[in-house]
Design a binder for this molecule. Structure first.
Ligand code: PGA
Length: 254
């Protein structure tokens, strides 16, 4: 059985002080919950202090991006080893990185490989835009992103990857996919593509999170679906009670 995994994507929010307050609020509550993996993904400057706060807590820490090269003349970039020093996870290929920073499937594939080579669990994001959705291209787009993102990675390694299906039209809009819509893409597109690519065992082992306007109210319904193995949470991860409620809903999945 796949253990549910809930991660908070803080995006470009919070001051250093606010980030420590949020983690201080989350820690005792999240530690009471068992049967679910959870992590927070704050901006880079807060990773060091938050990794100290989270040490030994069982709550994971993730970065929101990284470069694929080991070192060198890449002004403004952060290398996999630097992330690995503080984090267990890294979000890769988020739709905001694809849309605003020109990330391609090829770049994301290099990042996924670099994360795995450095012992970091990648949370690889896939998802169609509103225009692609309305044009009936969801399966084609999500399947392509999944295949190209994992290209050249053997099944034994690829099964460590977490996939986040995040329809772009659902991100930050308050309009989440219905649990049936999300389940259909998770099972019929993502997991089916994983099966073709990696075989049955790896496809069944890989966790597929849903992301896009997940909140304390809709989480339980989403997690009731057999192929929704957790969530990548944006806005609702910035408030401790909301994030805790979502993690509790994932634990209740059984
Ligand atoms: P949201 O963001 O929960 O605010 O919609 C999700 C994400 O972009 O990861």
């Amino acid at each position: 059985m796949r253990k549910p995994f809930v991660a908070g994507n803080w995006k470009m929010n919070k001051t250093g002080e606010e980030s420590r307050l949020l983690v201080a609020e989350l820690l005792p509550e999240l530690q009471k919950i068992s049967g679910v993996d959870c992590a927070v993904c704050p901006p880079f400057p807060y990773l060091v202090s938050l990794s100290n706060m989270l040490a030994g807590s069982g709550i994971g820490l993730g970065a929101q991006n990284m470069h694929w090269e080991a070192s060198g003349a890449y002004t403004g970039e952060v290398a996999p080893k630097m992330v690995a020093e503080f984090c267990q996870y890294v979000i890769l290929g988020h739709s905001e990185r694809r849309a605003y920073f020109g990330e391609t499937d090829e770049m994301i594939n290099k990042k996924v490989k670099a994360a795995l080579a450095n012992g970091i669990t990648p949370i690889m994001c896939v998802g169609e835009t509103l225009a692609e959705n309305e044009a009936g291209r969801t399966a084609e787009v999500v399947s392509r992103q999944t295949r190209l993102g994992l290209e050249g990675i053997p099944a034994g390694e690829a099964q460590k990857v977490v996939i986040a299906y995040e329809p772009v039209w659902a991100i930050g809009t308050g309009r989440a996919a219905t649990s049936e819509q999300a389940q259909a893409v998770h099972a019929n597109v993502v997991r089916t593509t994983l099966k073709e690519l990696l075989g049955e065992a790896a496809a069944q082992a890989i966790r597929i999170q849903y992301g896009g306007s997940v909140n304390a109210k809709n989480a339980a319904e989403l997690f009731a679906m057999p192929d929704i193995d957790g969530a990548l949470v944006g806005g609702a991860s910035l408030k401790a009670p909301d994030f805790v409620a979502i993690v509790q809903a994932a634990a209740a999945r059984g």
